[in-house]
Design a protein around this ligand. Sequence first.
Ligand SMILES: Nc1ncnc2c1ncn2[C@@H]1O[C@H](COP(=O)(O)OP(=O)(O)OP(=O)(O)O)[C@@H](O)[C@H]1O
Ligand SMILES: [Mg+2]
Length: 478
Amino acid sequence: MTDPADVYRSRSDVERLFVQGRLKPLLEAWGMTASAGGFWLNMALFFRWLTMFPRHARREAEVAILAAGPGEKAERLVTRLMDTMEYLNSRYGFLTNGKELRLYEKRPGEEVNLRIQFDADEFDLHCGELKVLLGLPVDEPPAETVEAFVEPQTPGDGEERPVTEGPAALLFEPEEDPEGEEEKGMKVIAVYHNKGGVGKTTIAVNLAAALRRKGYRTLLVDMDAQANATFATGLLKFQFEEDDDILPRYVYHVLASGEFDFIPEIARKSAGFNTPEIDVIPSHIDLTNHQNNLIQMGASRRRLTAKLERVKDDYDYVIIDTPPARDLYAEISLTAADYLIIPSDLRPFANQGLNNVKLFIDAVNENRRNYNEPPIQLLGVLPSKISTNAQYQKHTLPRHKNTVRSKYGLPLLETMILERMPLASSLSRTVSEGDMDVPDPKSIFDFYEAERTVSAKEAAGNFEELAAEIIKITRGKP
Ligand SMILES: Nc1ncnc2c1ncn2[C@@H]1O[C@H](COP(=O)(O)OP(=O)(O)OP(=O)(O)O)[C@@H](O)[C@H]1O
Ligand SMILES: [Mg+2]
């Protein structure tokens, strides 16, 4: 449990209770030498300025720590921290006023840079990240992700190692009839980012599959005219237009009428995609032809919301895959959803798009208020297609994550979906039928059962973790 920030009444409280009482001992327990402000350091700095205190007399510490008073703005002490870091020859410097904690770093040949900033109350939550930023070994990750750190595999490295140990069921046993005290009710989750190709569809379909495997009744809604989620769930296997059985009955029909075409008439079972299968409201390229007339019918904006309300006893989770645009279909998705996941590869373009996503959320929430509905709840930015390269994970990833938090003010989900070839190949899989290659896409779980490779196992493990995190947040399940 962290110290409540309001117990600090003065700078010396922050120094004594937080810096000397918690931060410094923790850094020392991690094997680092740390020197906190205080009288003697101030005197030394004072004499250094006054008399050019001989450099050989200075003390060394890997980390310098400065405390400000509770009412003081921490950034006002940055220059002093830099002096202190230089004096102590420290690579790292912490600044805290008891409410927030900032870590600065001075790499050889570079300026001092802010590496991370968070509420001091959330100190415990950030210990892992601090260790990464301080260049310390992190605690062992859970068994199924260990290999991702020590044996980086990149898509395209080709060589797949078969899994030899243990039955597959050990990791991926579906839990029918989830038990335990948890919040009931249908939860609608939109997966949205206006940037294309960040992994929205891959995440939407595999999250739906993972929740279904845990026994939750799951409906996937494809709101994107590209119909990638429809394809991924095995519903676009026909080879000739005349066999197109989607066009007469797809998501457009749900939006076009308030009187007809309710969800049970439009939804169908995924085909060979997952065990057990999920329900899907498919999409079709024809959806692009209807945007203008649906916009003119103002009522169409809330039809998905209204029709989902009628099936609220039939499903536990509804996952909505959205288009990479700020268009009517994205607006309908965010209007119908209780929760939002924003997948992002965390690279600069995806991050720069986050401001647009925030503006879009604000606009949708304004509308929801007019209907006395609560705002959409942001589950967080979900790091997606994250390189398995150990150096990237150690050095660049923490900075990318920090940008999302500090520059865009958005929370991150704990789970990360790493870049792994099976997540692409499972959804573009084909089988030969006569002289034709017929699509045979699989969820990452069924793909793993079929292929039994290490990277498929690890990719499936990411989705197991994601589903567990989502269930925990949306149902309070331990
Ligand atoms: N974790 C991953 N590892 C490897 N490849 C991935 C991963 N996630 C997605 N991909 C691949 O990246 C490409 C884009 O993924 P996806 O279609 O899921 O993104 P999207 O955000 O839905 O795109 P769009 O904006 O066009 O709808 C696809 O080829 C997919 O197979
Ligand atoms: Mg997509």
